[in-house]
Every structure is written in C-alpha cells, then in structure tokens.
Design a protein around this ligand. Structure first.
Ligand SMILES: Nc1ncnc2c1ncn2[C@@H]1O[C@H](COP(=O)(O)OP(=O)(O)OP(=O)(O)O)[C@@H](O)[C@H]1O
Length: 307
C-alpha cells in the first residue's frame, strides 16, 4: 500500500536560515505516526509544508499520493488539520464556526459534531472569543475529526487539555486508526506519543535523528524513580538499588530515620519493581520517561551523522 505521507530531502529556509535540513520520512497508511522533538525542532514547519501552508525550499512531498502544491481544495478535504496555534477570533459560536468549516472540509455525518463535542466536554453554544485555551483546542479537534478525513495532521493535539480529556482524545485516535484513517501528530512529550503512536520520529534541530517503533523506544526510555523506605539503613538500600539491572545515578536524598533514594532506570522496570516490593515503602514516585534523557541516551550519536 502506498504511504499516506512521504517526505524526501525536505529543506526549508526562512530568509537565510535553514530550519529543516533534509528531512526524510514515510507514514504508512492506517498508522499513527508521532513526531517528537524539543521546541523549535521543526515539527510545525514540517506539518505546514505537508499542508502547503508554506512551501519547502527543496525536497519532495507526497500526501495521500498527491503533491500538496497541486492537490488544492480536493486534497485539503481529505485531511483534518489541527494547527499548533489556533486563531479563533470572532463573535460566532463554536457551532457556527464548525458549520463554516464543514462547507470547506466536506460533509460531516449527522450528529457527529455533537457526539465529538460531548465526548470532549465542549459547549458549542458559547462564543468562541469567550472560550478558554483548552476549550479552543477542543473546538480545533472537533474541526479536524468531524469529517472523518483519510489523514489527520495534529500539531500538539493535547496542549491545554486536562488529563481526562487527553484520555478521550487518545480514544479518538485509536478509533480513527481502527477505521483506517492515518494520523500524523506532534508532541514534545514522549509519554503522550507512546500512548497513541505505532511509530515515532525524533526531530532535533531540523533533522530526523531516529525513526523507531514505540515498543523499541519505550524499552530504551530512562525514567527517574524516587522512594522512601523505613526499617533499612540507607547504605543497604543503596546496595540493593545499585544491584538492579538498568539502574544508574543512585543518590541518597535523606537518611534520617527513613531513607529517601533516587535513581534512573532504563529499560525493563520489572527487576526494580521486584526489589521495591521487598522494602517497606512509605513513598514511591516513578516518573514519566524524560524525552531528552531518553533521546540522548538512545541516540547519543553526534548530530553531524543523522540517520
Ligand atoms: N515564519 C517563520 N519565520 C522565521 N523563522 C521561523 C518561522 N517559522 C518557524 N521558524 C523557525 O523555525 C524553527 C522551527 O520552528 P517550528 O515551529 O517548526 O518548531 P517546532 O518543533 O514546531 O517547535 P514548538 O514545539 O516550539 O512548536 C524555529 O527556530 C523557528 O523560530
């Protein structure tokens, strides 16, 4: 099956500054593809090139088999786009705005807008200018999903959403994939992409430094663990912790009656969980894997040699 998106040797200059330096990737039809990278890495720029909002300086792009430059409104209707920054000025209600978008995006199944709004907890009767950031984001999501496009391009889709709504969004992504839609999304949070994506591309300073399946990425991710234990001397706790495979950077934060230790853990957490189960814990925090730490650990290769 042809790729839903293919980008080859994409470069983009703004003035004399090149911000994409030969980006290559392919997104399989029907898959969820996440691009992660720190602020300014070029995620939004890449997405805007895919949608022909801006044009690459060089390189080739195919979106749903078509060059976005030539696709026009017909191609645009097959795509749902959530921009990173929504400019929703106006005195109209959410419902009116969505009706306006429907005229551009093509038919929306009956009841679909209300169903999506209800799932996300969005009041469509409110004026847009009165909506909070999170509610504007929900409106943007309804707009992107409502016509069930073949391809969804979502720039930082959960930005501003509370955790429950984020969960609902993840369910929407799973359902879209189940229907055969392709999803291309960006985030700077690895944990978010892990929950939804099949494949992750890591973009740093305008270069894709790795494309990995999510399972491979998760295995390589480094997390920080912190726990407090009683009834054991700090140095004994340190010895046990140090003996766990994948543990590093062990530190004693407190050793006054109880011992509080912190460390990093990479890869499988099972051995750590087993060791912790043997202690009397009064506190335990296993943090989300840190994007930078995970990326730097797995892809410590110098940037001059991108894959
Ligand atoms: N219109 C523009 N004119 C000049 N420079 C731009 C323009 N748009 C983006 N840039 C620059 O291109 C680089 C990549 O920006 P981009 O917005 O694509 O990054 P990003 O990965 O989406 O970051 P963020 O996570 O902060 O949204 C940045 O250095 C940014 O300043």
């Amino acid at each position: 099956m042809a790729a839903a998106i293919s980008a080859k040797s994409l470069t983009k200059e703004f003035g004399r500054r090149e911000v994409l330096h030969g980006v290559d990737f392919e997104v399989e039809t029907g898959s969820v593809f996440g691009v992660i990278g720190p602020n300014g890495a070029g995620k939004t720029t890449t997405m805007r090139c895919l949608l022909d909002i801006i044009r690459p300086t060089s390189g080739t792009i195919r979106v749903l088999g078509t060059d976005p430059r030539a696709g026009g409104p017909e191609l645009r209707r097959r795509i749902g786009y959530l921009p990173g920054e929504l400019f929703l000025a106006g005195r109209v209600t959410g419902r009116t705005l969505l009706a306006h978008y429907e005229a551009i995006s093509g038919p929306v199944p009956p009841g679909r807008v209300d169903q999506l709004a209800e799932r996300l907890g969005l009041d469509l009767t409110r004026h847009i200018r009165k909506l909070s950031k999170g509610n504007k984001q929900k409106l943007g999501l309804v707009q992107a999903f409502m016509h069930q496009p073949e391809l969804l391009v979502l720039d930082e889709p959960t930005s501003g959403l509370d955790p429950l709504v984020q969960q609902e969004f993840h369910a929407m992504v799973r359902e879209a994939k189940h229907r055969g839609q392709t999803i291309f999304l960006s985030s700077h949070v690895l944990s978010e992409v892990q929950q939804t994506a099949d494949t992750v591309a890591i973009l740093r300073d305008g270069r894709i430094i790795a494309v990995e399946s999510v399972s491979a990425l998760r295995e390589g991710a480094v997390r920080r663990v912190r726990f407090t234990t009683s009834g054991i001397a700090a140095h004994d706790a340190v010895a046990r912790l140090t003996g766990v495979p994948g543990v590093g950077h062990v530190e004693v934060l407190e050793s006054d009656g109880t011992a509080t230790l912190s460390a990093t853990i990479g890869g499988d957490i099972q051995p750590l969980v087993r060791m912790l189960a043997s202690l009397r814990l009064t506190d335990l925090v296993l943090e989300e894997p840190d994007l930078e730490e995970a990326v730097l650990t797995m892809y410590a290769a110098p940037q001059e040699e991108p894959r």
